[in-house]
Structure formats: structure tokens, C-alpha cells
Design a protein around this ligand. Structure first.
Ligand code: PLP
Length: 393
């Protein structure tokens, strides 16, 4: 291209060097491009046909930065492949949709993320897929809910927000005995605390918005499993369109690099804070899988060798108003409807995250009016304890 070209032609084309950079950048480049330009028409046709492997045609199909994240997560999960989505819900929807058709049935834990409950309770039935919700800690109830057309068993490693620990091995056995795809949302435990694939789970999903991204600055979701299952899910992603953007993939790659360091600190902080709250006068009940008082504490110890995650809940007196008052008085712990970042965040599920549920559905999922959920961050734990002490005193 010569300088005789017009101003705008040069403005549009001059960024292309046509030369690949030989030295590898120390950080993955953000391939912020929708289509890729082909010089060879044979290759254009071949990549267009292959869609998700062997080249890049269009970023909804495949993008090098997003693939770099997928490679990383697949390795951390010990899975053959990973598909990336624009949110955890995108990954959950595509995972379930890949395994069901109209007329099929899903068995799901009742103690799940509010958005997932909404998807299963409101949307799936409209597509002709029935869902039965069960208490994940009652294996007889889980087994009894299966029908001939049950295709999926769905649960969270640590359930949201009442924090039941799923007996993953027993649940996988129940699901596989009946020919179902076992899908686990392992957001709360991350691939660092729990190796879902080695426990036989078919598809493991994460809201990467939480611990994987880890800095409250990205919305993303991932699902890992066999190469065959993930190829189906990626094709669904291409058709549904909820695929991950390159910049968000890059932010998640950046976050994942410190996952182990953050989780070690977060788990230690959470255990200390949970013990502190449990001994605090006026706090009625503290739930954390690392506490001896947790109903599945020995199961948690067996499954999660490195720690019990960063989410704990506690109960204050005074119902909805009492819960709200604590949120108002905390200074360091910030009211925000997410979890898994560096900052300690608190939420009041009854009035904020679980409003999709009726009061009866909330009670059944263990969400009482005075329940407060804490996502413990990486702050110095003495400062966190001081903050809770002043707010609760
Ligand atoms: C946040 C969350 C989701 C949904 O993820 P998004 O990234 O917000 O779509 C799903 N499951 C769990 C356990 C979550 O915490």
C-alpha cells in the first residue's frame, strides 16, 4: 500500500504489517478482531468449513486469546477441552442445552445460584424440558427424582448460598447409573480446591466472573469436559452467540495466574473469620464448610484438601431489617452482589440475590431472612475481624 492512497484508506489498512511477530510476547496478545483476513483462498475455505479448529475465521467461532484461556482452564481442570462464554450463565445454559431436547428431564439441586434456578425453573420448562429440584444432601431424594427421560444431574460443589457440600462421588454414581450427564458448577471451589474431572464429573462449569477472574472486573464463564462434549457446546455457543470477548478472556487469563495464591489467602482468611464470628455474641449461626459445626464438615475435609473456599454465611437476629443494618454498618466489607474478588463483599440474599425465589422456595433452599453471605477477600484478616466487630457490636 502506497502513500498515494487516501487518508481513510491508510487509516484503515496501515495497522496491518503482514509479518508475524517472531518473538513471543510475555503476555498473550489481545486479538481484538472480529474476522481474520486470509491471503490464501484454499485456507479461507478450509477454516470456514472447520469452524472451531485449525484456524481463525470469525471470533464468535474461535479467537486466539479466548483459546489461550480455554487451554489454560482445560489444563487446570485436567480436562480434554474447555469452552468459554460471556458469563457463567452462558456456560451453564449451553452445557445443559447440549444434553437435553424437548421431552427430557433434569434433576437439579435446589441449593443453587439464583440465576441458575431462574433458568431451570422459568425458561427450561418453556423449551419442553422439565426440572425436578431436590435437596442435594439427601441422596435418596436425588435418586428417587430420576425418570426414564432424565438426561442431566446438576449441582454445585458448595451450594449457593446455604453452603451444603455435595457428596460428589455418590452423586456421580447415581447420575451415571441412570445414564445422565453429570454437570457440576464448581465456582465456589475453583479447579485449585477441587478436581471435579478426576471425580468423574462430565462437565464442570465455573462463573469465571468470580475466583478465576478474581478481581471483580470481568464477566465470563467456562465449561470443561471431553473434547466431544465441548465441541458440541462450542457449536451451541456459535449459534446462541454468548461467546467470550477477547479482552475479557485476557483479563481472566491474567486473573487465573494468581488463583492459587489468592485461594490460599482467601481460604485462610475465611476460616479465621468464620471462627471469629462463631464465637461472637449475637451472631446466631455461622455456616462455613471448614467449621466443625458444618453438617458435612467431614465430607468437606475429604473433598477439599487445600481449603474450603471464601464464602461463609452468618445469621443475625432481627430478620430482614437486622440483616440490612449489618450491611449498612460494615466499612471494609462492601455490599455488592458478587463474590470471588480481592475485596471482601457482603450480600443479603433474601433481599438481593435470591429474589427470583418465593419465600417458600427461599426457606427450602436454606435462605432465611437474617442470613448474610460474606465473600472473603485477601485483606489482612485482623482488619476484617475489626470491621465485623464494630458492625456487630
Ligand atoms: C455468579 C454465579 C453464576 C453465574 O455467573 P455469571 O458469570 O454471573 O453469569 C453461576 N453459578 C454460581 C455458583 C455463581 O456464583
Amino acid at each position: 500500500m502506497s502513500e498515494e492512497q487516501g487518508f481513510t484508506t491508510r487509516a484503515v489498512h496501515k495497522s496491518r504489517s503482514g509479518e508475524p511477530v517472531v518473538e513471543e510476547p510475555a503476555s498473550v496478545p489481545i486479538y481484538q478482531a472480529a474476522p481474520f483476513i486470509f491471503n490464501d483462498m484454499e485456507r479461507f475455505a478450509a477454516v470456514g468449513k472447520a469452524k472451531i479448529s485449525g484456524g481463525y475465521l470469525y471470533s464468535r467461532w474461535a479467537n486466539p486469546t479466548v483459546d489461550a484461556l480455554a487451554r489454560t482452564i482445560a489444563s487446570l481442570e485436567g480436562a480434554e477441552a474447555t469452552a468459554c462464554f460471556a458469563s457463567g450463565m452462558g456456560a451453564i445454559h449451553a452445557s445443559v442445552a447440549s444434553a437435553v431436547s424437548a421431552g427430557d428431564h433434569v434433576v437439579s439441586a435446589r441449593q443453587i445460584y439464583g440465576g441458575t434456578f431462574g433458568l431451570f425453573n422459568d425458561y427450561l420448562p418453556r423449551t419442553g424440558v422439565e426440572v425436578t429440584f431436590v435437596d442435594v444432601t439427601d441422596l435418596d431424594e436425588v435418586a428417587a427424582a430420576f425418570r426414564d427421560k432424565t438426561r442431566v444431574l446438576y449441582f454445585e460443589t458448595i451450594g449457593n448460598p446455604s453452603l451444603p457440600v455435595a457428596d460428589v462421588d455418590a452423586l456421580v454414581a447415581i447420575g451415571h447409573e441412570r445414564g445422565a450427564t453429570v454437570i457440576v458448577d464448581a465456582t465456589f471451589t475453583t479447579p485449585y480446591l477441587f478436581d471435579a474431572v478426576s471425580h468423574g464429573v462430565d462437565l464442570v462449569v465455573h462463573s469465571a466472573t468470580k475466583y478465576l477472574g478474581g478481581h471483580s472486573d470481568v464477566t465470563a464463564g467456562v465449561v470443561s469436559g471431553s473434547a466431544e462434549a465441548i465441541a458440541t457446546i462450542r457449536h451451541l455457543g456459535i449459534d446462541y452467540g454468548g461467546t467470550l470477548a477477547p479482552l475479557d478472556a485476557w483479563l481472566t487469563i491474567r486473573g487465573v495466574q494468581t488463583l492459587a495464591l489468592r485461594m490460599d489467602r482467601i481460604c485462610a482468611n475465611a476460616l479465621t473469620l468464620a471462627g471469629f464470628l462463631e464465637a461472637f455474641p449475637g451472631v446466631e449461626r455461622v455456616t462455613y464448610p471448614g467449621l466443625a459445626s458444618h453438617p458435612q464438615s467431614s465430607l468437606a475435609r475429604k473433598l477439599f484438601e487445600r481449603g474450603f473456599g471464601g464464602v461463609l454465611t452468618f445469621e443475625v437476629s432481627g430478620g430482614v431489617a437486622g440483616g440490612r443494618r449489618v450491611l449498612e454498618r460494615l466499612r471494609l466489607a462492601s455490599p455488592a452482589a458478587s463474590l470471588g474478588g480481592t475485596k471482601t463483599l457482603i450480600v443479603h440474599p433474601a433481599s438481593i440475590t435470591h429474589t427470583q425465589l418465593s419465600r417458600e422456595e427461599r426457606e427450602a433452599a436454606g435462605i432465611t431472612d437474617g442470613l448474610i453471605r460474606v465473600s472473603v477477600g485477601i485483606e489482612d484478616v485482623e482488619d476484617l475481624m475489626a470491621d465485623f466487630e464494630q458492625a456487630l457490636s
